[in-house]
Design a protein around this ligand. Sequence first.
Ligand code: 5RP
Length: 226
Amino acid sequence: MQDDAKKRAAESALQFIQGASVVGLGTGSTAKFAIEAIAALIRDGARLKAVATSIATAALAGQLGIPLVDLNDVAEIDVTIDGADEIDPGFNMIKGGGGALTREKLVALASRKRVIIADESKLVDVLGRTRPLPVEVLPFSWRMSSRLLEKLGCKPILRQSREAAFVTDNGNYILDCECSPIREPRETERQIRLIPGVIESGLFVDIADIIVIGFQDRVEVRARPQ
Ligand code: 5RP
């Protein structure tokens, strides 16, 4: 059922790629539906190139016949469609459940339009209630970064994968930080980014332009409040 809502949101988001030539492809189970729908458009003749936000997304896009281009080889991305872990009423988000937050943020920042797709379970009143905040850190100094995150009031846990530290596509670690509630995402983001060894945080502020929310029986398209 949740998959139906994700798919509904993903397919509805395709309206925003009309006229685009370069699209950003997000990461995760919701983004996967958008990638499959974009592949179908290309099979039907759409002339699109894509920038992937992770190795997994690049692999899926490659299998589906989507022509990929490196972020360094495009001046701009027309539109990026990606998922989210939590979205607050101001369109601030937590991302990085799949560990791709750094590339996701870079691709979003290189995009003229950022469309976020999600099922209704991702809507929250305040960030940090249902999910920890992922922070990508350098392995060399992860314990120091972790201690400094604790000083900000967070409880960081090193993300694991098969009993070893999870390693991102960039060769770094993820600290999943319980910092609930995140009432001032912009300020929290600023403080986290000042911590030595932090590569990127999963707080996405002023990034989502449009959110497309899939419900069991409908889709809602919302534009960011100005
Ligand atoms: C990956 C992400 C994903 O967009 C986020 O975790 C949502 O994933 P899903 O659509 O599977 O719930 O940020 O780093």
